[in-house]
Unconditional design. Structure first.
Length: 110
């Protein structure tokens, strides 16, 4: 048998199957909530004054003063202070019922 026997016809333009939908969705991905926006910026540290000295034949920094630029996270990307309330209980079915195995068959009394 030739491979053309197994070839499937192309999907129509307005096809609504899951394959075509996933192709269309992959073209325009939705932005993730964890992706920082233009208002968010990371904390940055810059060395301002550095004292250099020769250590073991190579110049190395032995003392530095740093300037810290504080970062900022916008309200949209700020993590919640507490998890949603439904996380602490999955399912509460009440008091546990002990399992008592029946070793001998019993008969019902009239």
């Amino acid at each position: 048998m030739t491979p053309s026997v197994y070839a499937r016809p192309p999907h129509p333009e307005n096809c609504d199957c899951s394959v075509c939908w996933s192709r269309r969705a992959a073209v325009n991905p939705a932005p993730c909530r964890s992706t920082p926006c233009a208002a968010c910026r990371p904390t940055r540290v810059f060395p301002v004054v550095t004292t250099m000295a020769k250590v073991g034949g190579a110049w190395r920094s032995i003392r530095s003063t740093y300037r810290v630029e504080r970062g900022f996270t916008c309200e949209k990307h700020m993590p919640a202070r507490r998890p949603p309330p439904y996380w602490h209980v999955v399912y509460d079915s009440g008091r546990p019922t002990p399992f008592v195995p029946v070793r001998e068959p019993f008969e019902r009394e009239a």
